[in-house]
Design a protein around this ligand. Structure first.
Ligand code: MRU
Length: 346
């Protein structure tokens, strides 16, 4: 990304407002923790790693002007801010992981002056951003071996530079393959209801000069049946210890279709997206979104007033449908219970 998805800018947070893309490219500023919460909730900043970064920077923003004069008051304030940000979206574990990291940093620095402590927390948040950048690059490099010259890859939602600090996870694999001189093409599912595939993934891939074709979500089966797809690569919002993976609603359906058509289905995600505290995906909280996103998402009413709507934002793909999980530490294959733990420990 020529312009960072999200960054610290002199006591404020500057981010690309992704709700406006691709029609308008605009950076907005968050001056307080409430506006960060709103930006996460309304998907101005979105994608699991980027949500984690927003939460870390948001927590720092929330205490940046703290007038606490002692450590205990400061830490209570930080906890209030973190608890509040934790209510923005429930599924991407990176949000909770990043908030925990900031709180743990404060817990270890009891001896510091409050002004020094604030700077230390900012350094930690910026460290998360830097680590995310290198994790994405490493995912791209590891994923390279799974992509062959001439492959067409299908992806769902957006797991690109916009969903991370830079370069992405699923799209990192495609960027890396393209940069390595492999001739690849991509089919992007539009991703109803908020169209992250149509609006963001195609935008990113076109900018990178990668051949991309947009399809409606319900065209994936036909495209696979026609033999057009050699592999599927998607991102993740939370991966349980057994490999069950939560990602954007519709991912599970794509995985079932991949199985039927004997196409490898890969998940690309940093280890910060693993939640080894959950044995299986059954424990992953699934965000429910407002009915209006389905009935009038982009300004045009498409269903009768008063119609009942059910709108889970994520689904869980069972581990048995996942061929491999590409992380920054390497590629995990089944049995995930063992391989994921080994990767984290490595
Ligand atoms: O609701 P969103 O747009 O935040 O959902 C994003 C996804 O599901 C991504 O695939 C996932 O977060 C991985 S991003 C690298």
């Amino acid at each position: 990304m020529a312009i960072p998805t999200i960054e610290w800018a002199d006591g404020r947070i500057r981010l690309i407002d992704q709700t406006l893309l691709p029609n308008e490219f605009k950076q907005i500023y968050c001056d307080n923790v409430e506006s960060v919460w709103e930006a996460i909730k309304s998907l101005r900043v979105r994608g699991a790693p980027a949500i984690g970064i927003a939460a870390a920077l948001g927590a720092v923003l929330g205490i940046w002007k703290s007038e606490a004069t002692n450590y205990d008051d400061f830490v209570s304030e930080l906890k209030r801010v973190a608890d509040y940000l934790a209510t923005s979206r429930p599924t991407a574990v990176n949000l909770f992981w990043a908030l925990e990291r900031i709180k743990q940093t404060a817990a270890k620095q009891k001896h510091l002056e409050i002004s020094e402590l604030k700077k230390t927390l900012l350094d930690e948040a910026l460290q998360i951003v830097e680590e995310d950048k290198s994790m994405c690059r490493a995912i791209g490099q590891h994923g390279l071996e799974l992509v062959h010259n001439g492959d067409t890859i299908l992806t769902h939602c957006n797991a690109g530079g916009l969903a991370t600090s830079d370069y992405g996870t699923a799209l990192a694999v495609m960027f890396a393959a393209h940069e390595a001189g492999k001739n690849i093409s991509v089919y992007a599912d539009e991703t109803r209801p908020l169209l992250q595939g149509a609006r963001l993934t195609t935008w990113e891939l076109m900018q990178a000069g990668i051949d991309v074709t947009l399809i409606c979500d319900n065209m994936a089966a036909q495209v696979m049946k026609e033999g057009k797809i050699q592999s599927i690569v998607v991102g993740a919002d939370r991966i349980a210890a057994n490999g069950d993976t939560a990602n954007k609603i519709g991912t599970y359906g794509v995985a079932v279709l991949a199985k039927e058509h004997e196409i490898p289905f890969y998940v690309a995600a940093p280890t910060s997206t693993l939640d080894l505290s959950l044995e299986t995906g059954d424990g992953i909280p699934i965000e429910q979104r407002a009915a209006e996103e389905v009935t009038e998402g982009f300004g045009k009413r498409i269903a009768p007033q008063g119609v009942k709507v059910y709108s889970p934002a994520f689904d869980v793909t069972p581990a048995r449908l996942i061929t491999a999980i590409i992380t920054e530490k390497g590629i995990a294959r089944p049995p995930y219970e063992i391989r994921l733990k080994e990767l984290v420990a490595s």
